[in-house]
Write a protein that binds this ligand. Structure first.
Ligand code: NCD
Length: 314
């Protein structure tokens, strides 16, 4: 496995992903006598989160505890020596002499990579601004694999703030490792992504839709919804004003009637937190997969922590 996990682009084959998924399946199998579930005992994870998080931080911490380790954390950088002017590099060098693995979420793109450059222990990027969120995309694909057995040949809808959502940036890198995927894209104007930038092979079919109804009517296998990342819009405009992005709840919102029109096998996914993009009633439908994604996130992070600490997943 990798020493550090900074970008989903570090995965270069479907097989690497499948190996990790197999490890996650084994780790949660209560009948698997061969797996030492407490292997990380005596090891410590440090989590550094300077952006809000519920799922990702607790999921990493829960995963570390479940593989036998312990957790220490900083959730407010102003309570650390960073506030006294210590550099990011010195901060990371310090933590890497205290903990055995470090999970980082920062508001700035590239900070996880800078941390990896100076850390003596594994660094995991848990979201760097509008950059990437590799572990979210791994758990997303794990959820798709558990349902469809593969991602090859699927039609995948991507909806919302595709420009700023780091989960989208990472999931596209993992989906690029697969064959015959068709994309159906729906986003408010000004919040799209440059398909060429993300879809590296020029022959990948991408259809841009004008409304949720239109997208639902193609019967996609997966609809991956995302929240409007308004916190990033402030950063990306010179005057600190929200740009005109024409979010139209009628066009970009998934309601129960639309979910009922989807094929029975479709998955409705979301990295969460939910803004206003999915009706709460959808939670009751078997196609709603976002709570399952949260659960799968703990299992996949257990496997990932083990593989990064002990290299069990080649
Ligand atoms: C996402 C994030 O923080 O990037 N959530 C998550 O980690 N599960 C998505 C978001 O904030 O919209």
């Amino acid at each position: 496995m990798f020493k550090h996990l900074i970008s989903a682009s570090q995965f270069t084959s479907e097989k690497q992903l499948v190996n990790l998924f197999d490890a996650a399946d084994q780790i949660i199998n209560p009948h698997n006598q061969n797996y030492d579930l407490r292997r990380a005992k005596n090891l410590v994870m440090a989590t550094w989160f300077d952006e809000p998080s519920t799922r990702t931080r607790l999921s990493f911490e829960s995963a570390m505890l479940r593989v036998g380790g312990s957790v220490i954390n900083i959730t407010d950088k102003h309570s650390s020596s960073f506030a006294k002017g210590e550099t990011w590099e010195d901060t990371i060098k310090t933590i890497s002499n205290i903990a055995d693995i470090i999970v980082i979420r920062t508001a700035k793109e590239g900070e996880a990579e800078r941390a990896a450059a100076v850390s003596s222990v594994p660094i995991i990027n848990a979201g760097d601004g509008g950059g990437e969120h590799p572990t979210q995309s791994i758990l997303d694909l794990y959820t798709i694999y558990k349902h469809f057995g593969s991602c090859n040949g699927l039609s995948i809808g991507l909806v919302g703030d595709l420009k700023h959502n780091r989960s989208i940036h990472s999931i596209l890198k993992l989906l690029n490792l697969h064959q015959n995927i068709t994309y159906h894209i729906l986003h408010p104007s000004a919040l799209g992504l440059n398909p060429k930038e993300f879809l590296q092979r020029g022959d990948i079919p991408v259809r841009i839709h004008k409304s949720m109804d239109e997208l639902v009517d193609v019967g996609p296998d997966v609809i991956y919804m995302t929240r409007i990342q308004s916190e990033r819009h402030k950063i990306s405009t010179a005057q600190g004003q929200l740009p005109e992005y024409n979010y139209n709840p009628k066009l970009h919102y998934l309601n129960m009637k639309q979910v009922e029109r989807l094929p029975g096998t479709s998955l409705v996914m979301h990295p969460l937190p939910r803004g206003q993009e999915i009706a709460v009633e959808v939670d009751q439908d078997h196609r709603a997969s976002y709570w399952r994604q949260v659960k799968n996130g703990v299992n996949i992070r257990m496997a990932l922590i083990n593989s990064m600490l002990f290299d069990v997943c080649e």
